[in-house]
Design a protein around this ligand. Structure first.
Ligand code: S3P
Length: 190
């Protein structure tokens, strides 16, 4: 697998896909992508720029359960976490006000979530980063228990499994590698 570039991505493709996505109007802006792609950072900034509420699915789960993502994984297992993740995503997509939603990396795993993203009045932007960049960025600390062992290997494997799923739900693809936060934000807002 190539790790230096995102398979299938070219600047002209990004531009074409962004043009197809058109203007946001009253739709939600949903950011999807792997852990470490920058969904929370870019999402918060995009929400400020658009004057919208920012919903971060992991933060909502933690606020609501009073437990960290790590504690939920440890006490109840991944399946229980995925159920909470789905509930929070569906609820966020149902918000009457258009929001910016940072959807946790695993939301694309469930078919029901992908269908909800397809159905919702939302533009879905995939923040697409290569596994090598993600490995540089993420640590196993905090809310990413899946990276406790062999983060590089886990991210490579996740990329193989999830890349077609992110592609399936995306209205636009924004490549993150080699770009500043400012540049990624402008591409998302365009
Ligand atoms: C996960 C991503 C994490 C968090 C959990 C599982 C995943 O969120 O929900 O550790 O399976 O990709 P971020 O994408 O915000 O890091």
């Amino acid at each position: 697998m190539r790790t230096g570039t995102v398979p299938g991505w070219t600047p002209s493709r990004e531009h074409a896909v962004i043009q197809r996505a058109g203007s946001l109007g009253s739709q939600h802006l949903v950011l999807v992508g792997m852990m470490g792609a920058g969904k929370s950072t870019i999402g918060r900034l995009a929400a400020e720029r658009l004057g919208r509420a920012f919903l971060d699915s992991d933060a909502i789960i933690e606020g609501r359960t009073g437990r960290t993502v790590r504690e939920i994984f440890a006490a109840e297992g991944e399946a229980a976490f995925r159920a909470l993740e789905s509930a929070v995503l569906l609820e966020a997509l149902d918000s009457p006000q258009p929001c910016v939603i940072a959807a946790a990396g695993g939301v694309v795993l469930r078919e029901e979530n992908r269908a909800a993203l397809e159905r919702a009045s939302a533009r879905v932007v995939w923040l697409c980063a290569t596994p090598s960049l993600l490995t540089e960025r993420v640590t196993s600390a905090g809310h990413r228990p899946l990276l406790d062992q062999d983060p590089s290997g886990v991210l490579q494997q996740m990329w193989i499994e999830r890349e077609p799923l992110y592609r399936e739900v995306a209205d636009a693809i924004v490549s993150v590698d080699g770009r500043s936060v400012h540049d990624v934000l402008e591409a998302v807002l365009r």
